[in-house]
Ligand binder design. Structure first.
Ligand code: AHG
Ligand code: MN
Ligand code: MN
Length: 340
């Protein structure tokens, strides 16, 4: 059992010296992200009664229908980042361009990238959703003006990454390079309390998550891999069970705690998959690795990819070390075949 006294605020201060970034401004920024999470959590809880469900009628830069809650959560997150006075630019799934929230930015140390509402198709049915975030230190925090180079960075350069899951309870999970901790929001006092200390992902699981509805578009290697999951083999605990919440945050959270793997591979229709590198794949990849797991496109480590565009998509295979390595062995055969 955890103690109500061990709050996110206390852990942030205790870990200030161990984090990749260890300073008061960084601690304040993470605490501001937690504030955004509390506000969004509250909005999600009252959405059904407050007329906040449904679409705006617009389509975003990704070509996806914009939900009212996509817009609301984006506005909340951006406003809290602006008010923090710690951030130069915010990149969001819901905004075509990076938004400058830091004036001339001189002295602003950080850039933040966010998927404000992940799994938004669940929002209208009171299903589980999330917020995924990633923090980078600006290449030159004293520089005036903004630079694209501050944003198109490899995931291996992140200084904080994590997610908030809005489920039966609201849980914030993050890393700043010293392992992974999870905090559950105690709504009556508005505090995130340490509930999952030093999370370690099982090296192998018995569950896989993939959208089978895409089967007609899959490459043959993906079909073979999924067939492999459903074969009988006691020694590897197959068949695996299949799970699909439709929210990466929720599917990843299950795998982080219980093991297995999540896949959104490239397919014939979308060779780069569906998920976005900078604010979905890279932050969760760092969380996975910090918990002893693995994240890959099937071909390369997610954290080693040099981004070329803000909303770039990449295939994602993430989860337990051995399960992801096994998936890579299947998928690499396909990659080798298409490259020759
Ligand atoms: P978002 O709501 O931010 O656009 O992300 C949705 C993503 C991810 O959360 C989820 O795992 C996946 O899309 C679901 O895709 P399908 O529509 O193929 O189920
Ligand atoms: Mn998403
Ligand atoms: Mn989203």
């Amino acid at each position: 059992m955890w103690s109500l006294g061990v709050t996110l605020g206390r852990i942030l201060i205790e870990q200030q010296d161990q984090a990749r970034e260890g300073n008061g401004e960084f601690t304040m920024l993470l605490s501001q992200i937690a504030t955004a999470a509390k506000i969004i959590s509250n909005e999600m809880r009252r959405a059904g009664l407050a007329g906040l469900t449904g679409s705006t009628g617009e389509v975003n830069v990704q070509g996806e229908v914009v939900k009212k809650l996509d817009q609301l959560t984006n506005s909340v997150f951006v406003q809290v980042m602006e008010d923090s006075r710690l951030v130069c630019q915010v990149v969001s799934e819901e905004m075509e361009e990076a938004l400058n929230v830091g004036g001339n930015c001189a002295g602003r140390q950080y850039s933040v990238l966010v998927d404000p509402l992940d799994g938004s198709s669940n929002a209208d049915i009171n299903g589980v959703t999330g917020t995924i975030f990633s923090v980078y230190r600006r290449l030159d925090p004293t520089a005036e003006g903004t630079s694209g180079e501050d944003l198109l960075r490899k995931g291996s350069e992140q200084v904080a990454a994590g997610y908030v899951m809005y489920g039966p309870s609201t849980i914030l999970v993050y890393t700043s390079g010293e392992g992974v901790n999870g905090f559950t929001l105690e709504p009556s006092v508005g505090e995130f309390i340490l509930s999952h200390q030093d999370i370690r992902m099982p090296t192998r699981g018995t569950m896989y998550a993939i959208n089978h509805g895409n089967r007609a578009h899959w490459f043959p290697s993906t079909e073979k891999l999924v067939d492999h999951f459903s074969q009988l083999d006691d020694s590897t605990h197959r068949p695996y069970s299949q799970r699909w919440v439709g929210s990466l945050t929720a599917d990843f959270h299950r795998i982080l705690l219980e093991g297995g793997l999540y896949l959104y591979p490239g397919d014939k229709r979308r060779p780069c998959g569906k998920l976005r590198l900078l604010y979905e794949c890279a932050p969760l990849a760092w969380v996975a690795e910090q918990a002893g797991g693995k994240a890959s496109t099937g071909k390369e480590r997610i954290l080693d990819i040099q981004p070329t565009e803000l909303h770039q998509r990449v295939p994602l295979i993430i989860g337990s070390q051995e399960d992801v390595a096994m998936a890579e062995r299947f998928l690499q055969k396909e990659i080798a075949a298409t490259e020759t």
